[in-house]
Design a protein around this ligand. Structure first.
Ligand code: SF4
Length: 476
């Protein structure tokens, strides 16, 4: 695994490989079932969960309907509080802005608190190419970075690794990035956490620049909010002299009062906790307290085009809790890498093709990466109807294919079907011939387009007589 999603195969190809990896499947099944069960218990504690869910949905919908106004309000408040706001149309622009801001400080190292937006734009790879080292400080992100791997889950990016694999990664790679793993490191959680703490402490004490994301941005005060479990994020957000936050424009909420809803919805949905251990908020800069400079990079990167789609825009309500991943039977088997972007699982299947468009095989395949069972919709704390968006995007993929002449084999099959349906005698003959030859028809097609189809399923068995024959016999 390299550090980039660029050029990854389509979902079926990647999933095909992943489903054959027994260790990966075991790690994923154990982890997702544990979180899923805990979440269900945490949610059941609240009598008004459905009311909260609808409140979260309503706040996000109202915000998205007036996004332009709220963003301008946010910009004014951040500026008033001493921060500087930058607008980035796409990944290139955002990467360029962040690189220039870091260069202006004279630094060549930054610490990072987990941020999906920077993963989305490939910031670490871009910075590396510009000679700047970015150190991840979230424990799971650290494991992924040290393992030269990619995140595979929104909340637990290293969910596909077990403890022994993590110990081996620490032993192998910590020394290349800074303080080596302690001698005789075991794979107990306490030992692994201590090794990470010692390794990261060095980075926190040295760093002059930090890069972060944010879970929410409050328009009325220009405040950013990060929720996390380890406290490493808070070290990043408070110790360095310069803080650069890269945040998607949809992360905005109008007022502090709105946070009341999301601070209940998010922890229970993601970590099954009543409240998350660390909530850090920051508004511009303040003398003697926290960073001396604060830059907010507001990232579009396909969000306004998503907003323009009446059905698809509900994906922008997402608060990145990962509940939909933990209940998804497809994610559980295929793992996060198969989705080929920073956003795996059901939300990735609807968000990525909207943000990136459907020009590549991978992006066109994502709306099909679902059984449409609806478990993701049930679990989503902001009631995103993921199956509805999946079907909507499948229609778009089909329309797009039609505009480009359609799929050759599909066209041929449809022509053959049209002929058979409009020529009853031919249809009757083909039907009777198929029934007579039913014993000779194999369960798998050994070649051609049917080969891929029957690799994961058997051909349906033909009945011993046609419907017409049965009708004749039973309705004399
Ligand atoms: S789509 Fe819903 S369940 Fe999935 S990560 Fe987003 S908010 Fe959570």
């Amino acid at each position: 695994m390299s550090g980039t999603y660029v050029g990854m195969p389509s979902f079926p190809d990647a999933a095909h490989r992943a489903t054959r990896d027994k260790q990966l499947r075991a790690n994923l099944t154990r982890a997702t079932h544990t979180i899923r069960d805990k979440r269900a218990r945490a949610v059941a504690e609240l009598e008004d969960w459905e009311g909260l869910r609808q409140a979260g949905k309503a706040i996000k919908d109202e915000t998205l309907a007036h996004l332009d106004d709220y963003l301008l309000q946010l910009e004014a408040k951040v500026t008033e509080a001493g921060g500087i706001v930058h607008w980035a149309r796409d990944a290139d622009e955002a990467n360029r802005i962040v690189t220039e801001l870091i260069r202006a400080t004279g630094q060549t190292e930054v610490v990072k608190v987990k941020s999906m937006a920077t993963q989305e734009i490939g910031l670490n790879e871009h910075l590396a190419a510009e000679g700047i080292s970015a150190y991840e400080t979230d424990l799971a992100e650290l494991i992924v970075q040290l393992g030269d791997d990619l995140p595979s889950h929104i909340l637990v990016p290293a969910i596909h690794k077990n403890r022994t694999e993590i110990r081996d990664i620490f032993n192998r790679a910590m020394g290349h990035w800074g303080r080596p793993a302690p001698e005789g490191l075991t794979d107990t959680p306490a030992d692994l956490a201590e090794a990470a703490r010692l390794h990261l402490r060095e980075k926190f004490l040295r760093a002059k620049v930090a890069v972060s994301g944010a879970n929410f941005m409050v328009a009325e005060t220009g405040t950013l909010v990060v929720l996390e479990s380890e406290g490493n994020g808070r070290m990043c957000l408070t110790l360095p002299e310069t803080l650069i936050s890269v945040v998607g424009i949809e992360k905005i909420v109008p007022t502090w009062r709105d946070l009341e809803v999301f601070l209940q919805l998010l922890p229970r949905s993601s970590t099954a906790e009543r409240m998350n251990p660390y909530t850090t908020t920051w508004t511009g800069v303040r003398d003697g307290d926290g960073p001396k400079q604060f830059h907010l990079v507001l990232l579009d990167n396909g969000r306004t085009q998503t907003l323009a789609d009446e059905v698809g825009r509900q994906a922008l309500r997402c608060i990145r809790c990962s509940a939909c991943l933990n209940v998804c039977p497809v994610y559980e088997r295929a793992g996060g890498h198969a989705y080929g972007s920073a956003y795996p699982g059901p939300i990735g299947a609807i968000l990525t093709p909207q943000l990136r468009g459907i020009a590549t095989d991978l992006d066109r395949s994502l709306p099909y990466a679902s059984s449409l069972c609806g478990a993701c919709f049930e679990a989503c704390p902001v009631a995103i109807d993921i199956p509805e968006v999946l079907v909507h995007l499948r229609a778009k993929v089909t329309e797009d294919a039609k505009e480009h002449g359609g799929h050759r084999l599909e066209r041929t099959a449809m022509r053959a079907a049209t002929y058979a349906m409009t020529h009853p005698a031919a249809y009757r003959t083909a039907e009777a011939a198929a029934v007579r030859a039913r014993k000779l028809i194999p369960k798998k097609v050994p070649f051609g387009a049917g080969k891929a189809w029957t690799e994961t399923r058997d051909l349906p068995e033909l009945p011993p007589q046609t419907f017409r024959q049965w009708w004749k016999e039973t309705h004399r």
